[in-house]
Ligand binder design. Structure first.
Ligand SMILES: [Zn+2]
Length: 158
């Protein structure tokens, strides 16, 4: 991640509800999706997470310092320590995108979701964007291998 001396022009910006933490993406938000997995439900306190990403080199925190919770041994989630807004999700892999919560973007309308993920936990009454592709967590073989080493940091998997 780039530091606060970033001189490039942001393509998308966002931040938390109280304004203490701000961030910038230097590419248009990528791979916007809804994740319905149980961990994203807990992390957002909602029925699903809405996430859009950028390569890690194209993301920077620009104001404040978020709190970070390691939701598993493979990934971390950032949030505002003051107001609690969930801000990001990222796997540790260097090549993995750094995802921000779509609702924390200044222009959430610019990050229309392209697919559903984690549908094994999708709530039965959740209905939106049903024409989009949908997959279960770890559906492809490469992802399954990756997730086989995951140790959840969530206090309960229920
Ligand atoms: Zn805040």
């Amino acid at each position: 991640m780039a530091g606060m001396t970033e001189q490039r022009t942001p393509i998308a910006t966002g931040g938390c509800q109280c304004g203490a933490v701000r961030y910038a993406l230097y590419v248009p938000p990528q791979n916007a999706h809804a994740c319905h997995c149980r961990m994203c439900q807990r992390a957002t306190g909602g029925a699903f997470a809405l996430l859009a990403g950028a390569p890690k080199a194209d993301f920077a925190w620009t104001k404040g310092e978020p709190g970070v919770f390691r939701s598993s041994n493979l990934a971390a989630r950032a949030y505002c320590r003051d107001c609690g807004t969930p801000l990001s999700f990222s796997y540790d892999l260097p090549e993995a995108r750094f995802y921000v919560t779509i609702g924390s973007l200044d222009d959430p309308g610019a990050a229309a979701i392209e697919r559903h993920y984690g549908i094994e936990s999708r709530l039965g009454w959740v209905r939106f964007c049903d024409d989009l592709p949908a997959e279960e967590t770890g559906a492809d073989p490469k992802a399954a291998t990756f997730f086989s080493s995951m140790k959840s940091g969530q206090s309960s998997t229920q």
